[in-house]
Design a protein around this ligand. Structure first.
Ligand code: CAA
Length: 257
C-alpha cells in the first residue's frame, strides 16, 4: 500500500516525517493519521530518536481533515471514529516534537501544528480553523489548544469566522515560535532539533513535561512539579557530566542516564 508519510532515517537523533498526500494538500485522512500515530509510537520507543520534526510541502502543511472522507461518515461513524485515538496518541508524544510549516495549516492541519512543542514557519504559512464554513467546529483540539495559545479574542475570531491568519500574526499571537524564508523552514527546524537532540535526554523530557504542566495546572502545583523534576535530575550522571564538562571547558557527552 502506498504510504502517505515519508519517514527519513534517524540522523543525529532526529527523525523527519513528511506528510505526503500532495494531491489533497496533505488532508489528514484516517490512513495518514494512523501512520503518523504509529511513527510517533515507534519514535517513542526508539532510544536513538531524541526529537521528531513533522513537515508537509511548500503549498500545504495540511489543509485539514479529509473532507471527502468526512462526507462518508454518519453520526455513528463519528462516535466510533478511529481518528480520535490517533489524535490522542499524537497529542501524548513525550519527546520534543517540532513542526516546520509552509503554506496552508488549516483545520486538522492547524490542530496538528498545535500538538507540536516548537513551530518554525515559512513566511508564506497560513493558519486557520475553517470548520465553521462546513457547518461544523474544530474537533481535534482547535478550540482548547488554540484558546490556551493565542487567548480568547483571536481564538474566537478564528474559530467563529473561519478566517486564517498569516505567519506574522501567528508569531505575534504565540501560535508559532519563529518565522523563516519558506525554503529554510525545514532546515531551521532540523537545526533546532539537532541542538535539542544533543542535550541530556532525561532533562529534555522532564523540562517538556514541566512546561506542559504550566498550561493546565495552577501555579503552586506547577512549581511543586518543577521542583520534584529538578531534584530528580540531580541524581543523574548527565548532570555530573554537564557540570564537569563546563568546568573542564569541553562539550558535554550526555548518555541519557
Ligand atoms: N480534504 C480533502 N481534499 C482537500 C482538502 C481537504 N481538507 N483540502 C484540499 N483538498 C483537495 C481539493 O479538493 C483539491 O482536489 P482536486 O484537485 O481533486 O479538486 C486539491 O486538494 C487542491 O485544492 P484546491 O484546488 O482547493 O486548492 P486551492 O489552492 O484553490 O485552495 C484551500 C486551497 C483554500 C486550502 C482549499 O483547498 C480549502 O479550502 N480546503 C479545505 C480546508 C478546510 O476546510 N479544512 C478543514 C477541514 S475539517 C477539519 O479539519 C475537522 C477537524 O478539525 C478534525
Amino acid at each position: 500500500m502506498p504510504s502517505n508519510l515519508v519517514v527519513q532515517p534517524v540522523a543525529d537523533g532526529v527523525r523527519l516525517l513528511t506528510l505526503h498526500r500532495p494531491q489533497a494538500l496533505n488532508a489528514l485522512n484516517t490512513e495518514l493519521l494512523a501512520e503518523l500515530a504509529a511513527e510517533l509510537d515507534s519514535a517513542e520507543r526508539d532510544e536513538h530518536t531524541r526529537v521528531v520534526v513533522i513537515t508537509g510541502n511548500r503549498k500545504a502543511f495540511a489543509a485539514g481533515a479529509d473532507i471527502n472522507e468526512m462526507a462518508e461518515r454518519d453520526l455513528v461513524g463519528i462516535l466510533n471514529d478511529p481518528r480520535v485515538a490517533h489524535w490522542q496518541r499524537i497529542g501524548n508524544f513525550s519527546k520534543p516534537l517540532i513542526a516546520a510549516v509552509n503554506g496552508f495549516a488549516l483545520g486538522g492541519g492547524c490542530e496538528l501544528v498545535m500538538c507540536a512543542d516548537i513551530v518554525i514557519a515559512g513566511s508564506d504559512a497560513r493558519f486557520g480553523q475553517p470548520e465553521i464554513n462546513l457547518g461544523i467546529m474544530p474537533g481535534a483540539g482547535g478550540t482548547q489548544r488554540l484558546l490556551r495559545l493565542v487567548g480568547k479574542p483571536l481564538a474566537m475570531q478564528m474559530v467563529l469566522s473561519g478566517e486564517a491568519i498569516d505567519a506574522q500574526r501567528a508569531l505575534r499571537a504565540g501560535l508559532i515560535s519563529e518565522i523563516t524564508q519558506p525554503e529554510l523552514a525545514v532546515e531551521r527546524a532540523l537545526q533546532v532539533a539537532r541542538a535539542i537532540a544533543g542535550k541530556a535526554p532525561l532533562a529534555v523530557r522532564l523540562a517538556k513535561e514541566a512546561l506542559l504542566k504550566a498550561q493546565d495546572t495552577d501555579l503552586a502545583s506547577g512549581l511543586r512539579f518543577e521542583r520534584h523534576a529538578f531534584t530528580l535530575l540531580a541524581g543523574t550522571q548527565d548532570r555530573d557530566e554537564g557540570i564537569r564538562a563546563f568546568q573542564e571547558k569541553r562539550p558535554a557527552q550526555f548518555q541519557g542516564s
